[in-house]
Design a protein around this ligand. Structure first.
Ligand code: MG
Length: 455
């Protein structure tokens, strides 16, 4: 949150009572209420300790602007998004900081279709906030508050409509689910039981201090899950982030797989059933996603990195499937937003139908090796570095949607992207061998360093 800016790549985020205070939440809430103009809005939050506090602050100010608030309580972000669409509510506000540590919280604004509002709409809300243009209702025109306690139940039922429940049920798959002590606990274990899975839960008690693990489902936070999958001889492990819109999977051998590998499985199954469809994915995704599209008559639409961009692109071009390498899968027939429980149901269906383990399914895919790097670069030089680099890579197969991505003939690639939050450039290389991936990071780090010296 800088000058005249509230929204980052994923809504409004900040440290509780430092960067985001109840006073700000009241002001932000009245700006959101003014933007929606006396409409019906759904409101819910994740498991963070500050969730009820911010929910009440935002509710008060929405009501003050004449909006009616339907309070859904604690729920996964995708359950709240689904409820907005399902109940034909005009929009919603979700109090969550997604994968951030417990001391953070945030505010997401959702449109009536269940998708986060567009960048242009965010700017409208920022204008109201910074110019103090909030419009309050007369004392006799205040909004009303209602309870909507059924969203988690309806969400689980909705997901089941999109998979072959009896096929999954027949296989009695043993799943270890790690919900990070947050809202994933309110839907995923129940969904799994209703799919006749044998369910082992870890970090399933709701605790806003997140004592079990950090809420970002990164490999370093999932070692306990991987260990338990092996210890109880389970077929699958799945971990959610703090608001349960992302899912990362662990195979029966205890190996953690990054999101584009499991997304590619969903993509393949989807394209077999729906050939010639468009698949929306950020340029940070693996070439694996493109390989699957090529093999099964799909068309890749690359976007900037960011879940809202993927959702908005899907909406604009009427695409039915999107996916990110961080475990976000957007299954349009259900809803064009990331959804951890929907993703889990789709992976179970694929395993059940194929009669194969996750490790077998992943071993059948083209294999790529990933190497990452970073180079320090002052903010004011970021643009110039990119321009100079572009001059040097003319003639190659490149995309400049987000930083620069270069695809080489041997199927290796590199993405060089300025960080949005730190004075660095990040490099992500991918190749058919670890050596080649490492060489690409070295080669392009050197190029960037040389460019920086000339500036
Ligand atoms: Mg999230």
């Amino acid at each position: 949150m800088g000058a005249n800016k509230l929204f980052g790549t994923n809504g409004i985020r900040g440290l509780t009572n430092k960067e985001l205070t109840p006073e700000m939440a009241v002001k932000i809430g009245s700006a959101i209420g003014t933007f929606f103009k006396k409409k019906n809005l759904l409101l819910g939050h994740d498991a963070r300790t500050s969730g009820p506090m911010f929910a009440k602050a935002v509710t008060a100010s929405l009501v003050a602007t004449g909006c009616n608030v339907y309070f859904a309580g604690m729920a996964p972000t995708p359950a709240l998004q689904y409820a907005i669409k399902n109940h034909c509510i005009d929009g919603g506000v979700i109090i969550t900081a997604s994968h951030n540590p417990p001391e953070y919280n945030g505010i997401k604004v959702i449109w009536k279709d269940g998708i986060e509002i567009s960048h242009e709409q965010e700017i409208e809300i920022e204008k109201i906030y910074f110019e103090g243009k909030q419009v309050f209702a007369e004392w006799n025109k205040l909004g009303a508050t209602h309870e909507l306690p059924t969203v988690n139940d309806e969400y689980v039922e909705a997901i089941k409509k999109h998979v072959d429940v009896s096929e999954i049920a027949r296989k009695k798959i043993h799943v270890v689910v790690d919900t990070a002590n947050s809202v994933g606990s309110l839907a995923a274990p129940r969904l799994l039981r209703e799919l006749n899975c044998k369910v082992t839960t870890i970090n399933a008690n709701i605790d806003g201090t997140f004592p079990g693990r950090m809420p970002e489902p990164r490999p370093e936070n999932l070692t306990e899950l991987a260990r338990i999958v092996r210890a109880v001889d389970a077929d699958l492990g799945v971990a959610f982030d703090g608001d349960a819109d992302r899912a990362i999977f662990v195979d029966e051998k205890g190996e953690i797989h990054w999101g584009d590998k499991t997304f590619a499985l969903i993509e393949k199954e989807f394209l077999i059933r729906n050939p010639n469809e468009k698949i929306v994915t950020p340029v940070s995704s693996s070439t694996l996603v493109k390989d699957v599209a090529d093999a099964y008559s799909g068309e890749i639409v690359w976007t900037k990195v960011g879940s809202v961009t993927v959702s908005q692109t899907m909406k604009a071009i009427k695409a039915k499937l999107g996916g990110e390498e961080n475990g976000g899968v957007f299954y349009g027939p259900h809803q064009a937003v990331r959804d951890g429980s929907m993703t889990t149901a789709l992976i179970l269906e694929i395993m059940a139908k194929a009669g194969k383990t996750l490790s077998q399914l992943i071993a059948e895919q083209p294999q790529y090796f990933i190497e990452k790097g970073k180079i320090e670069c002052p903010e004011d030089k970021k643009d110039k570095v990119l321009q100079k680099l572009l001059g040097q890579v003319q003639g190659l197969n490149i995309s400049t949607i987000d930083g620069v991505k270069i695809w080489f003939e041997d199927k290796s690639s590199i993405l060089i992207r300025p960080s949005g939050t730190e004075p660095i450039y990040r490099l992500y290389a991918e190749a058919k061998s670890p050596e080649k991936a490492r060489k690409l990071v070295e080669e392009y780090s050197l190029k960037l360093e040389k460019i920086l010296k000339t500036l």
